[in-house]
Write a protein that binds this ligand. Structure first.
Ligand SMILES: [Zn+2]
Length: 240
Protein backbone atom coordinates (compact mmCIF):
# COMPACT_ATOMS: atom_id res chain seq x y z
CA UNK A 1 0.00 0.00 0.00
CA UNK A 2 3.05 2.21 0.61
CA UNK A 3 6.79 1.90 -0.03
CA UNK A 4 7.21 0.48 3.49
CA UNK A 5 3.71 -0.78 4.43
CA UNK A 6 2.05 -4.02 3.34
CA UNK A 7 -1.49 -5.19 4.13
CA UNK A 8 -1.85 -8.89 4.95
CA UNK A 9 -5.53 -9.51 4.85
CA UNK A 10 -8.49 -11.82 4.98
CA UNK A 11 -11.98 -10.62 4.14
CA UNK A 12 -12.57 -9.64 7.77
CA UNK A 13 -9.25 -8.62 9.28
CA UNK A 14 -6.11 -6.80 8.27
CA UNK A 15 -2.62 -7.19 9.64
CA UNK A 16 0.15 -4.82 8.57
CA UNK A 17 3.83 -5.32 7.90
CA UNK A 18 6.03 -2.27 8.37
CA UNK A 19 9.29 -2.73 6.51
CA UNK A 20 12.27 -1.04 8.15
CA UNK A 21 16.03 -1.03 7.50
CA UNK A 22 16.42 -3.61 10.30
CA UNK A 23 13.51 -5.97 9.76
CA UNK A 24 9.74 -6.04 10.02
CA UNK A 25 7.31 -4.72 12.60
CA UNK A 26 4.11 -6.77 12.26
CA UNK A 27 0.91 -5.13 13.47
CA UNK A 28 -1.65 -7.81 14.40
CA UNK A 29 -1.65 -11.40 13.12
CA UNK A 30 -5.22 -12.31 11.98
CA UNK A 31 -6.95 -15.55 13.06
CA UNK A 32 -4.71 -18.60 13.52
CA UNK A 33 -6.03 -20.20 10.35
CA UNK A 34 -4.46 -17.40 8.28
CA UNK A 35 -0.94 -17.79 9.73
CA UNK A 36 0.51 -19.70 6.80
CA UNK A 37 -1.48 -18.39 3.81
CA UNK A 38 -1.75 -14.72 4.71
CA UNK A 39 1.12 -13.93 7.08
CA UNK A 40 3.95 -16.27 6.04
CA UNK A 41 3.13 -16.71 2.34
CA UNK A 42 1.76 -13.16 2.14
CA UNK A 43 5.08 -11.71 3.29
CA UNK A 44 6.98 -13.89 0.84
CA UNK A 45 4.66 -12.85 -1.98
CA UNK A 46 5.65 -9.20 -1.51
CA UNK A 47 9.34 -10.08 -1.27
CA UNK A 48 9.68 -10.02 2.50
CA UNK A 49 11.08 -12.76 4.73
CA UNK A 50 8.91 -13.77 7.73
CA UNK A 51 12.14 -14.60 9.58
CA UNK A 52 12.78 -10.82 9.58
CA UNK A 53 9.78 -10.12 11.86
CA UNK A 54 11.44 -8.49 14.87
CA UNK A 55 8.34 -7.21 16.67
CA UNK A 56 4.68 -8.12 16.67
CA UNK A 57 2.47 -5.35 18.05
CA UNK A 58 -0.87 -6.91 18.99
CA UNK A 59 -3.66 -4.33 18.94
CA UNK A 60 -5.65 -6.30 21.49
CA UNK A 61 -5.92 -9.88 22.72
CA UNK A 62 -8.87 -11.14 20.68
CA UNK A 63 -8.48 -14.19 18.42
CA UNK A 64 -9.02 -12.31 15.17
CA UNK A 65 -5.90 -10.22 15.87
CA UNK A 66 -3.65 -12.46 17.97
CA UNK A 67 -4.64 -15.87 16.53
CA UNK A 68 -1.31 -16.42 14.79
CA UNK A 69 0.94 -14.98 17.51
CA UNK A 70 1.84 -18.32 19.07
CA UNK A 71 2.83 -19.86 15.73
CA UNK A 72 4.90 -16.82 14.76
CA UNK A 73 6.48 -16.57 18.21
CA UNK A 74 7.45 -20.26 18.20
CA UNK A 75 8.69 -20.17 14.58
CA UNK A 76 10.48 -16.82 14.23
CA UNK A 77 11.00 -15.65 17.85
CA UNK A 78 10.05 -11.98 17.47
CA UNK A 79 9.28 -9.77 20.46
CA UNK A 80 5.56 -9.55 21.15
CA UNK A 81 4.15 -6.27 22.47
CA UNK A 82 0.73 -6.12 24.13
CA UNK A 83 -0.77 -3.80 26.72
CA UNK A 84 -0.44 -5.01 30.34
CA UNK A 85 -4.21 -5.47 30.78
CA UNK A 86 -4.53 -7.53 27.61
CA UNK A 87 -1.74 -9.91 28.71
CA UNK A 88 -4.26 -11.09 31.33
CA UNK A 89 -6.78 -11.67 28.54
CA UNK A 90 -4.20 -13.50 26.41
CA UNK A 91 -3.23 -15.77 29.32
CA UNK A 92 -6.79 -17.11 29.45
CA UNK A 93 -6.58 -18.58 25.95
CA UNK A 94 -6.46 -22.36 25.54
CA UNK A 95 -2.96 -22.36 24.10
CA UNK A 96 -1.56 -18.96 25.09
CA UNK A 97 1.53 -17.35 23.63
CA UNK A 98 4.37 -16.41 25.95
CA UNK A 99 4.16 -13.12 27.81
CA UNK A 100 6.80 -10.73 26.53
CA UNK A 101 6.88 -6.91 26.34
CA UNK A 102 4.41 -4.45 27.84
CA UNK A 103 3.18 -1.61 25.67
CA UNK A 104 3.20 1.80 27.34
CA UNK A 105 1.17 4.86 26.44
CA UNK A 106 3.10 7.08 24.04
CA UNK A 107 5.75 4.39 23.55
CA UNK A 108 8.09 4.99 20.64
CA UNK A 109 9.11 1.71 19.09
CA UNK A 110 12.14 2.10 16.87
CA UNK A 111 13.43 -0.55 14.50
CA UNK A 112 16.18 0.55 12.11
CA UNK A 113 15.10 3.71 10.31
CA UNK A 114 11.47 3.63 11.48
CA UNK A 115 9.74 4.70 14.69
CA UNK A 116 6.08 3.93 15.31
CA UNK A 117 4.18 5.35 18.27
CA UNK A 118 1.86 3.27 20.41
CA UNK A 119 -1.03 4.60 22.51
CA UNK A 120 -3.09 2.66 25.04
CA UNK A 121 -6.73 3.43 24.20
CA UNK A 122 -9.03 1.21 26.29
CA UNK A 123 -12.67 0.78 25.34
CA UNK A 124 -12.98 -2.30 23.13
CA UNK A 125 -10.74 -4.19 25.59
CA UNK A 126 -9.05 -2.95 28.77
CA UNK A 127 -5.84 -2.26 26.87
CA UNK A 128 -6.56 -1.82 23.16
CA UNK A 129 -3.69 -0.14 21.33
CA UNK A 130 -3.80 2.58 18.70
CA UNK A 131 -0.88 3.47 16.50
CA UNK A 132 0.82 6.12 14.42
CA UNK A 133 2.98 4.69 11.64
CA UNK A 134 5.19 6.80 9.34
CA UNK A 135 4.84 5.66 5.73
CA UNK A 136 6.22 6.74 2.36
CA UNK A 137 4.51 6.85 -1.00
CA UNK A 138 7.06 6.98 -3.83
CA UNK A 139 9.36 8.57 -1.27
CA UNK A 140 6.84 11.17 -0.04
CA UNK A 141 6.25 10.89 3.71
CA UNK A 142 2.76 10.44 5.19
CA UNK A 143 1.51 9.39 8.62
CA UNK A 144 -0.90 6.47 9.09
CA UNK A 145 -3.26 6.18 12.06
CA UNK A 146 -4.84 2.99 13.36
CA UNK A 147 -7.65 3.07 15.92
CA UNK A 148 -7.09 -0.27 17.61
CA UNK A 149 -10.36 -1.60 19.01
CA UNK A 150 -13.32 -0.84 16.81
CA UNK A 151 -16.35 -2.92 17.65
CA UNK A 152 -18.89 -2.12 20.37
CA UNK A 153 -21.92 -4.09 21.45
CA UNK A 154 -24.82 -4.02 23.86
CA UNK A 155 -22.55 -5.93 26.25
CA UNK A 156 -19.91 -3.20 26.36
CA UNK A 157 -20.06 -1.76 29.88
CA UNK A 158 -20.83 1.88 30.57
CA UNK A 159 -17.34 2.31 32.01
CA UNK A 160 -15.73 0.90 28.87
CA UNK A 161 -17.94 3.06 26.63
CA UNK A 162 -16.86 6.14 28.56
CA UNK A 163 -13.24 5.09 28.19
CA UNK A 164 -13.77 4.48 24.46
CA UNK A 165 -15.24 7.97 24.06
CA UNK A 166 -12.47 9.75 25.95
CA UNK A 167 -9.72 7.80 24.20
CA UNK A 168 -11.19 8.37 20.75
CA UNK A 169 -11.16 12.09 21.57
CA UNK A 170 -7.60 11.87 22.85
CA UNK A 171 -6.39 10.04 19.73
CA UNK A 172 -8.21 12.55 17.56
CA UNK A 173 -6.14 15.35 19.12
CA UNK A 174 -2.91 13.31 18.93
CA UNK A 175 -3.44 12.26 15.29
CA UNK A 176 -4.44 15.77 14.33
CA UNK A 177 -1.42 17.30 16.07
CA UNK A 178 0.91 14.80 14.44
CA UNK A 179 -0.59 15.41 10.98
CA UNK A 180 -1.96 11.91 10.33
CA UNK A 181 -3.40 11.73 6.81
CA UNK A 182 -3.81 7.97 6.28
CA UNK A 183 -6.31 5.61 7.96
CA UNK A 184 -5.43 1.97 8.44
CA UNK A 185 -7.41 -0.52 10.50
CA UNK A 186 -7.62 -4.10 11.64
CA UNK A 187 -11.14 -4.85 10.38
CA UNK A 188 -11.42 -4.47 6.62
CA UNK A 189 -15.01 -3.24 6.64
CA UNK A 190 -14.36 -0.27 8.91
CA UNK A 191 -11.95 1.57 6.65
CA UNK A 192 -12.97 0.32 3.23
CA UNK A 193 -9.73 -1.64 3.10
CA UNK A 194 -10.61 -4.14 0.38
CA UNK A 195 -11.89 -1.46 -1.99
CA UNK A 196 -8.80 0.63 -1.33
CA UNK A 197 -6.66 -2.45 -1.94
CA UNK A 198 -8.26 -2.97 -5.38
CA UNK A 199 -7.87 0.73 -6.18
CA UNK A 200 -4.21 0.55 -5.17
CA UNK A 201 -3.62 -2.42 -7.49
CA UNK A 202 -5.26 -0.55 -10.38
CA UNK A 203 -3.48 2.72 -9.60
CA UNK A 204 -1.53 4.39 -12.39
CA UNK A 205 1.77 6.11 -11.52
CA UNK A 206 0.26 9.56 -12.01
CA UNK A 207 -2.71 8.88 -9.70
CA UNK A 208 -2.82 9.65 -5.97
CA UNK A 209 -2.50 6.87 -3.41
CA UNK A 210 -6.06 5.83 -2.39
CA UNK A 211 -4.94 5.41 1.24
CA UNK A 212 -3.96 9.07 1.59
CA UNK A 213 -7.28 10.57 2.67
CA UNK A 214 -6.02 13.78 4.29
CA UNK A 215 -6.07 15.20 7.80
CA UNK A 216 -9.75 16.20 7.71
CA UNK A 217 -10.84 12.65 6.87
CA UNK A 218 -8.77 11.23 9.76
CA UNK A 219 -10.47 13.75 12.06
CA UNK A 220 -13.90 12.81 10.66
CA UNK A 221 -13.20 9.09 11.11
CA UNK A 222 -12.22 9.45 14.75
CA UNK A 223 -15.15 11.81 15.34
CA UNK A 224 -17.52 9.12 14.01
CA UNK A 225 -15.75 6.50 16.18
CA UNK A 226 -16.38 8.70 19.21
CA UNK A 227 -19.98 9.55 18.25
CA UNK A 228 -20.84 5.86 17.73
CA UNK A 229 -19.74 5.11 21.29
CA UNK A 230 -21.76 8.10 22.53
CA UNK A 231 -24.84 6.63 20.82
CA UNK A 232 -24.26 3.25 22.46
CA UNK A 233 -24.01 5.03 25.80
CA UNK A 234 -27.22 6.98 25.15
CA UNK A 235 -29.07 3.81 24.08
CA UNK A 236 -27.88 2.08 27.26
CA UNK A 237 -28.99 4.96 29.47
CA UNK A 238 -32.35 5.09 27.71
CA UNK A 239 -32.98 1.41 28.33
CA UNK A 240 -35.58 0.74 31.05
ZN1 LIG B 1 -11.69 -7.44 19.40
Amino acid sequence: MFDNLYMLTTKVNSAWAVKTSAGIILIDTLYGYAAQDEIVDGLKKVGLDPADIKYIVVGHAHGDHDGSVKFLQDTYHPHVILSPKDWDLAARQTNPYSQDMDATDGQQLTLGDTTITIYITPGHTGGSLSLLVPVKDHGVPHLAMEWGGTALSANTSKEMLQSYISNAGRLLDIADGAGADVIIGNHTEYNDALTRFERTKARKPSEPNPWVVGKDEVRNYLTVVRECAKSWLAIGEGRP
